[in-house]
Design a protein around this ligand. Sequence first.
Ligand code: NAG
Length: 361
Amino acid sequence: MRTSRFCAAALVASFASAAPTAKRQSGLSPDGNYFPLPNGFPDSNRDGEITIQDGAHGTLPNGPPPTALSAEGVTNLKLIALNELFEVAFFTELIYNVTNKVSGYDLGMGHDYMLDSLNAIVNQEELHVLNANGALEHFNQEKIQPCKYNFPVTDFQSAIALAGTFTDVVLGTLQDVNQIFAKNQDDGLVRAVTSVVGNEAEQEGFFRLMQKKRPSSQPFLTTATRDFAFTAIQDFIIEGSCPNIGTIPLKRFKPLTVETKMIPAEDQNIKFSFYMKDAGMYDTNDMRLTYLNGQNQPIVKTFENVKMEGEKVFFEAPFPYDDFLMNGLTIAAVTMGAEEFENADKMAEAAVFGPGLIEVD
Ligand SMILES: *[C@@H]1O[C@H](CO)[C@@H](O)[C@H](O)[C@H]1NC(C)=O
């Protein structure tokens, strides 16, 4: 039984229509407004919560919250809530598209296994939100409210690839969250957040399988910092639609576009761009392209072939795959000044543009 279900899932990839169609209005949410869900989420009553727990195949943690929460700990929980809310919107719409066999989302024979898996994922993400927002409420902090969203995908394969990428960003960011909890004596939250890391990593293995990749990408997953996630999430948010994102004291970088689309597992130059107007007073000679991959120190490269075209600055930077075996997620950022950074925190402090998200194998 298990084996045959597994095989059906592995086949899904080849049954999904890969042809991207032009971006159309979502049938689920023409105006980008996804909440409240039919179960009342994110303000579910007790019955709604029970329905979500059933769908998630598990309950919210029922132990007492820690006695105190630091200011940085509050920011951690707000970022988690902001992130998980957008994931709930995304997976709710993906389920809608697959259920209704929207053009590009007709999976043929893998259908039932896929819907069962996605339903578990969306309910589990809902509990992640309720847990973070519940803790915020307990400590008399504002709960993070949902925004309006728009997702840049119109077919199943791209949707799964996008889920794989944003889940990798989460897997990197929760490392930072745990590190910050530890530094601020918020150790009472580390166990639960680490259990969420495991849950998200199980999801990631599934998304990778759906893309015919090895389930596990690399031995030590790429780290990220909160600011990179905070910026990346806002790519899916309709500008100005978040009721209280302003209460999250994190930095939003200027956008960096990865122009090279297919990135094989080998040494090569990658092309990037950013808007000239965003560069302000900075000189491209003082800029470096810095990569984060695995648990290695940031890799700093100088710009090559800088070209101004229209409103944008295009440049290339070497991607040293062979030296570092840069599999899985790589986070790229344009940094100022330094030729080396001790760690991801120092890199993020010096970053102006980013994150450019690169996935290899
Ligand atoms: C669902 O399909 C619509 C219509 O193609 C598309 O606009 C939207 O981005 C899709 N959402 C997801 C999460 O795949």
